[in-house]
Design a protein around this ligand. Sequence first.
Ligand SMILES: Cc1cc2nc3c(=O)[nH]c(=O)nc-3n(C[C@H](O)[C@H](O)[C@H](O)COP(=O)(O)OP(=O)(O)OC[C@H]3O[C@@H](n4cnc5c(N)ncnc54)[C@H](O)[C@@H]3O)c2cc1C
Length: 352
Amino acid sequence: MAEDLPVLVVGAGPSGLRAAVDLAEFGTKVILVEKRNELGGAPIRWKYKLLAPELRPAEEVMGPLLSSVGSNPLIAVHKDAFVDVCDGPPGNFRVVIGRNDGGAFVEKRASSIIVATGFEHFDARVDPRYSYGRAPNVIGINELEGMLKEGRVVGHDGKVPKRVAFIFCVGSRDKATNPWCCTVCCGVSIKQAIEMKELIKDVQLYMIYMDIRTTGQWEKLYWDSMEKYGINYIRGRVAEVYFTGEKLLVKGEDTLVRGPFEVLFDMVVLAVGIEPGPGTKKIAGTLGLQLNENGFLAPMHPNIHTESTKEGIFLAGCCVTPMSIEESLAEGSAAAMAAVKFGRRLAPKLEV
Ligand SMILES: Cc1cc2nc3c(=O)[nH]c(=O)nc-3n(C[C@H](O)[C@H](O)[C@H](O)COP(=O)(O)OP(=O)(O)OC[C@H]3O[C@@H](n4cnc5c(N)ncnc54)[C@H](O)[C@@H]3O)c2cc1C
């Protein structure tokens, strides 16, 4: 009976973990497949310290999810693994799971599938303007998260930076790379600037932005950053980050005063955008799912992300579009509910 078969969840970031835990709480068995050798997705991989907008410790969100998945006998976890084959009818999919270390393949049956394969960061080496990967002390917001968590933000020479620029929209809202907005990177950058100011009291921070997109509750971070922390904002576009041999010279145009600027910094932080990763492309191929023109998984209906273009396969989180952790968790729960409803709806049909 479809209702008794497990649900396959692909990807163990916030959305996949939430889906797995909710399914198990419904009494539904889960097969959780994660390609990396650790669970938790981006918040664990990049060592998030505080979550915007509330600035609460990432452990408060991720800890209970990870321990529930680890301890619930209804959830079978396959780490370092991938879905190799999927065929059979919705309600009774045949799934073959492989291991990245070349270990034995296992065959399973699943009533439905939830795809929660998340995102990757834009690789700033693609855009040579920023000198990422060539000049020292040019880092991504993903790398800064780990430094903030360790409580140690230093340059490659071990020196504490005195003047730092954040450059917004790197690999976002740019038709030459990724035309979409990554939605969280303004707020995440401002959150990180506040954390940096708490850590290095005399650091001077300059946020070089196109537009500030801190919607809803995230707007408070923006005001606090200026009013409580004295963080500076420059509305502008960066033309080049140039390493002088000692400092980083950021050249660009101030689009408010309509004039060029050139400022020396000790460190440059790139707010690298969110894009669909190779894991999403791979699972789309394996499951026969449609991608949209930007490479994200296409939902059946533009305003309901949960349903994919194939019956019995549901979607959640950043594999559909960039979103916050709060939204990813909600989508994981919604996908779990959709999978349970699907199993129950199909059960009598399969019995006939
Ligand atoms: C630097 C940074 C800081 C952020 N800080 C915040 C914040 O403070 N507050 C906030 O609300 N949001 C924040 N976000 C956004 C947040 O990271 C995302 O909303 C969240 O991680 C999305 O969860 P997800 O489960 O959809 O994807 P992910 O976290 O990307 O997890 C997806 C998982 O799927 C796995 N996977 C991929 N492909 C496959 C495959 N084919 N097979 C098996 N497994 C696969 C991946 O390895 C990964 O473990 C931040 C983002 C960035 C870039």
